[in-house]
Design a protein around this ligand. Structure first.
Ligand SMILES: *Cc1c(COP(=O)(O)O)cnc(C)c1O
Length: 229
């Protein structure tokens, strides 16, 4: 099932790109494997999918050593400063940076390891109380502050849109994130690139692509429903 699901998602990504006049090479599918066993990832990996998203540090550190080394791991969930040290040398991209304090901790660990770390800034565009992320209006100041860190590099923005049955409801939030990204890009802040927009999940990734997503995070649509203990 997983292989079929991936090929279906990939073909929907292609179609959405076509509708939006975009090149499908500019959109990367991140298979969100949280709560799913290693065997599921191994099956997905056989399709050539090498980008995986996890939202918990603990889970990522368990899966990491037993899976192929060319996998790009994406940390997409809330990250506590005291856990940065466990994933710093394992992740390709941290999507969920929402404070200077967290970015500073990433910097500290990056310097310790002598590595550069790419991050996205999480923005709570819909201003939901239940979500992490910076408010729209505080994002630019925080981006400027984080840009002064030497080993941490901002590559773009990320958002988690509200849960809804109608993906069209979220178009406005995707548009807003893209707008903010363009605005930040126009400021030409040193050490800040706005090449990535991480937005869109199983329910709304096609709309997100139409609005400019470069990274879509699809879990249920690939691995099926999740069971939480
Ligand atoms: C779980 C999760 C996803 C995937 O959600 P689905 O609806 O299963 O596709 C995407 N992004 C984040 C941040 C998540 O935590």
């Amino acid at each position: 099932m997983i292989k079929e699901n991936i090929s279906e998602v990939n073909s929907k990504i292609k179609d959405a790109c076509k509708r939006a006049g975009r090149n499908d090479k500019d959109v990367t599918l991140i298979a969100v494997s949280k709560t799913k066993p290693v065997s599921d990832i191994e099956e997905a990996y056989q399709t050539g999918t090498i980008d995986y998203g996890e939202n918990k540090v603990q889970e990522l550190t368990v899966k990491y050593p037993v899976l192929p080394k060319d996998i790009n791991w994406h940390l997409i969930g809330h990250l506590q400063t005291n856990k940065v040290k466990y994933i710093i040398d394992k992740v390709a991209l941290i999507h969920s940076v929402d404070s200077f304090k967290l970015a500073s901790q990433i910097e500290k660990e990056a310097v310790k390891h002598g590595i550069d770390v790419n991050i996205l800034i999480q923005v709570n565009v819909a201003d939901e109380d239940t979500k992490f992320g910076l408010g729209y209006d505080e994002t630019i100041d925080t981006v400027k502050e984080i840009s002064t860190l030497k080993n941490v590099h901002i590559k773009g923005l990320m958002t988690i849109a509200p849960f809804t049955d109608n993906p069209e409801d979220n178009r406005i939030y995707f548009k807003k994130l893209k707008e903010l990204s363009d605005k930040i890009a126009s400021l030409n802040i040193p050490n800040v690139e706005m090449q990535e927009l991480s937005m869109g999940m199983t329910g709304d990734y096609e709309v997100a692509i139409e609005e400019g997503a470069t990274l879509v995070r699809v879990g249920t649509g690939i691995f099926g429903n999740r069971c939480y203990q």
